[in-house]
Design a protein around this ligand. Structure first.
Ligand SMILES: Cc1cc2nc3c(=O)[nH]c(=O)nc-3n(C[C@H](O)[C@H](O)[C@H](O)COP(=O)(O)OP(=O)(O)OC[C@H]3O[C@@H](n4cnc5c(N)ncnc54)[C@H](O)[C@@H]3O)c2cc1C
Length: 375
């Protein structure tokens, strides 16, 4: 009999949530992480991540989102602290743009609370913004932000207190079917388990080179600014926001914690990189890319840049997740919920992945995330 029922490879947000869920269900689980959980070389760092219900990417995410909200609250209760801060979210752009039109479609289909604001009403309610007359804003009261590093630490701690083993600083070299289960070779030895969940983020295709999907790793930059008029950016005055601008979509969080006003450009320069050699220094060109939209649409945020960090997106061609068994290796479950929008789903994906590893199926509808769509 294998030493573990399930091995989780990679302990970013996804793997940590899966490990916690498995352990709390009484499953013998081990998590293996090449760095230490909470490190800043993958995709799960940078203080905050947005959460929202009316989903511009596609309405079919909404049922998973409803469940993830519930599970974030359960995580908070188990950990005894708050991770989810409800500020509301305003999504701003041209009425026919992907952002506003997509959010409205999802909100209407699922009957989600939302308000549509014309440009004048938007600027009156949220005076930080300067937008052209033909712009609208969709405000959703349920939007907000999540604390990244503390929630990840809590998931790891809850996993360990429920009996999971965590192996940090150990790199997995291969994951292969072996007998009735899987064999994992690491730089320190061999681990046998009944099944494996591979949630290796930007390193997924290095670990599973035969993956039947093309994944592109892109370099992102998140930056924190000192606004000229800080009172406009307090959580009582400014919700989290997404802003579709000539050059793409920017997003930001209100002033919370000590680091300043976080603003970044979704898909930044869209440059393909290797996670092992990516340039992690932030350049003047990076800063200029982010400032462009700030200068035009959030002028009083355009103060000193206090900090900036790189981060990685792992992007599928359609920007949807991959959550599926590896074809030809039914005990290897692949989890790649990135393309820049997966953090909020961590608790529900932990549940989905635990279902798949234990029962072989899940009641959640994950058909959108199957490998077969790339056939
Ligand atoms: C700048 C930025 C902003 C974002 N904003 C949002 C947002 O507002 N809302 C939202 O919901 N989502 C957002 N996302 C997306 C979200 O953060 C990611 O989808 C999520 O963090 C992905 O987590 P993961 O666990 O799948 O990957 P990762 O966090 O990268 O974790 C993978 C882990 O696997 C480990 N690993 C890799 N290879 C091996 C190996 N061979 N052996 C052992 N360990 C290995 C890595 O070290 C890493 O810790 C954003 C992402 C970025 C980069």
């Amino acid at each position: 009999m294998a030493e573990f029922d399930v091995a989780v490879v990679g302990l970013g947000a996804t793997g940590s949530a899966a490990l916690m869920t498995l352990a709390r269900r009484g499953i013998r689980a081990v998590g293996i992480e090449r760095f230490t959980p909470g490190h800043d070389r993958g995709s799960s760092h940078g203080e905050t991540r947005m959460i929202r219900l009316g989903y511009f990417e596609h309405p079919s995410y909404v049922p998973l989102l409803r469940r993830t909200y519930q599970l974030w609250r359960e995580l908070e209760a188990a950990a005894g602290r708050t991770f989810m801060h409800t500020t509301g979210i305003v999504e701003i752009g041209p009425p026919a743009g992907e952002l506003v039109a997509g959010t409205l479609a999802a909100s209407r289909l699922h009957n989600l609370p939302h308000e549509v604001l014309d440009a004048a009403a938007l600027m009156q309610r949220f005076p930080a913004f300067r937008v052209p007359e033909d712009t609208i804003g969709v405000f959703q009261p349920d939007g907000g932000y999540l604390d990244v590093e503390p929630s990840l630490a809590a998931m790891i701690a809850l996993a360990q207190s429920a009996g999971a083993q965590v192996k940090s600083g150990e790199t997995v070299r291969s994951v292969k079917p072996h007998g009735q289960g899987v064999r994992i070779e690491t730089d320190r030895g061999t681990i046998d388990a009944g099944s494996a969940i591979v949630s290796a983020g930007a390193w997924l295709t290095k670990l599973l080179p035969d993956l039947p999907a093309t994944l592109r790793v892109t370099r992102q930059v998140q930056a924190w600014f000192e606004p000229d008029e800080p009172q406009l950016f307090a959580p009582e005055r400014l919700p989290v926001f997404l802003l579709q601008y000539r050059q793409g979509v920017h997003y930001g969080c209100p002033l919370a914690g000590g680091s300043g006003l976080k603003i970044a450009r979704h898909h930044h320069a869209n440059e393909t990189v290797d996670p092992d050699t990516v340039n992690r220094d932030v350049s003047a060109t990076d800063e200029a890319l982010i400032r462009e939209a700030i200068a035009e649409h959030i002028p009083s945020a355009n103060g000193r840049m206090l900090a900036a960090k790189t981060c990685l997106y792992t992007v599928t061609a359609d920007h949807d997740f991959i959550i599926d068994r590896l074809p030809g290796a039914a005990n290897v479950i692949v989890a790649s919920p990135c393309s820049g929008h997966g953090f909020k789903f961590a608790p529900v994906l932990g549940e989905v992945l635990a279902d798949l590893a234990i029962d072989g199926r899940t009641p959640h509808d994950i058909s959108r995330f199957a490998f077969s769509r790339f056939d």
